[in-house]
Design a protein around this ligand. Structure first.
Ligand code: SF4
Length: 370
């Protein structure tokens, strides 16, 4: 990968970009490229903090306790960066019955969490009714004492196609089943070339955004995501940010559009693609660049799931929010480790000068969760 990053200082060019950021102007993609190549960590941190302060008090950070529920690992997409999936008929494939999902939700509530995110494979044997029945049963059983991110955009695309529904029709079906959120997961790096290299059965960038627009137009909420650390180039990373910002410009009028941006890092273990992990420092620099570039998305989230306590440094690099996850089989299968010692993680955030506050996404029947 050719992206990083022993930045070579070039203040002649960095200073005018810094001046733009300080005066509230938007930076260009060339500016972003230049910052990546020439700004020091301290400079990126400072500029990201300037943009962060437009949205959030300087020492405030928020977090959620959540679990990802991987309801099936059967998948036909065959992404080469995935250590989680089994092909249909392959040993080890599973589908969780409703009772198993409820047990996981009960455990989440017992641990003080109130957000579940569903993420599974493209399973050709699961009809749309499996999903709608499950989501309706969760809403009926738990009401609004917990919230759930029902699917990722990638799964939504597959299900809509599989059921021969338009994106608008599929969004309405899920909404009628009590769904309020479909996250921007499955984005990875949003360039057509990246998808051709690594996940050619996982939909195009154009389809991704068309589905996300339909989800917003149906009155559901959604988010932006990104994963780095595969073999993507700097240009591909910047293209992802560019497309995300442009999309948000178009959809912000739809109840705020993209509610947040979460970037995490590829875990290569046991995957076909393999490779080595990027460093936490590279992740933090990218987080800062994202905060500076995405001037129209209020919330930037840092990934404890893939960076553990190191992710909390991200609060100094422009992030304002993080998850404390209790489970995610997809990343755990590829090498992620999870700590349930929440107090240690929160103490780490406090030691960095932040006052972490629990951000409840559940507890109201109004569609106000963010
Ligand atoms: S990343 Fe998701 S879509 Fe791709 S193979 Fe794994 S489970 Fe399937």
């Amino acid at each position: 990968m050719a992206t990083l990053a022993n930045p070579t200082s070039d203040t002649n060019l960095t200073e005018p970009i810094a001046a733009k950021v300080h005066s509230g102007q938007r930076i260009s993609s060339d500016d972003a490229r230049h910052l990546w190549q020439h700004a020091s960590d301290a400079e990126l941190r400072e500029l990201a903090s300037v943009v962060r302060a437009r949205f959030h008090p300087a020492h405030r950070a928020t977090y959620m306790v959540m679990r990802i529920i991987n309801y099936t690992n059967v998948c036909v997409a065959q992404c080469d960066y995935c250590a989680f999936y089994r092909l249909p008929g392959q040993d080890g494939g599973y589908v969780l019955p409703q009772e198993a999902v409820f047990a996981k939700l009960n455990e989440l509530l017992a641990l003080g969490g109130d957000l579940a995110a569903f993420n599974g494979g493209f399973n050709p044997h699961l009809p749309l009714d499996y999903y709608c029945d499950l989501f309706a049963a969760i809403r009926s059983r738990y009401g609004y004492s917990l919230e759930f991110y029902a699917l990722t955009i990638a799964e939504f695309l597959y299900l809509a196609d599989h059921a021969k529904l338009s994106y608008a029709e599929a969004a309405e079906r899920f909404k009628a089943a009590g769904v309020r959120w479909i996250t921007g997961g499955g984005a990875e790096v949003l360039t057509e070339e990246f998808r051709r290299r690594h996940s050619k059965f996982k939909y195009t960038v154009a389809e991704y955004f068309a589905a996300q627009r339909a989800i917003l137009e149906a009155g559901l909420k959604t988010t932006a995501t990104m994963v780095i650390g595969f073999d993507e180039s700097l240009d591909e990373r910047i293209e992802h940010l560019e497309r995300t910002r442009a999309f948000q410009d178009e959809v912000a009028a739809l109840d705020g559009g993209l509610q947040s941006f979460l970037c995490w890092t590829f875990k290569p273990y046991f995957t076909q693609l393999g490779g080595i992990e990027i460093t936490t420092q590279e992740y933090l620099r990218h987080l800062a660049l994202s905060r500076i570039y995405l001037d129209n998305i209020p919330r930037i989230r840092t990934s404890v799931l893939t960076q553990n306590a190191g992710a909390l440094e991200g609060l100094r690099y422009g992030a304002d929010d993080f998850d404390l996850p209790i489970e995610d089989e997809v990343t755990q299968k590829a090498g992620a480790t999870i700590s349930l010692d929440f107090e240690r993680l929160l103490d780490h955030a406090r030691a960095l000068g932040f006052s972490p506050e629990y951000r409840h996404v559940a507890g109201t029947s109004a569609n106000t969760a963010t």
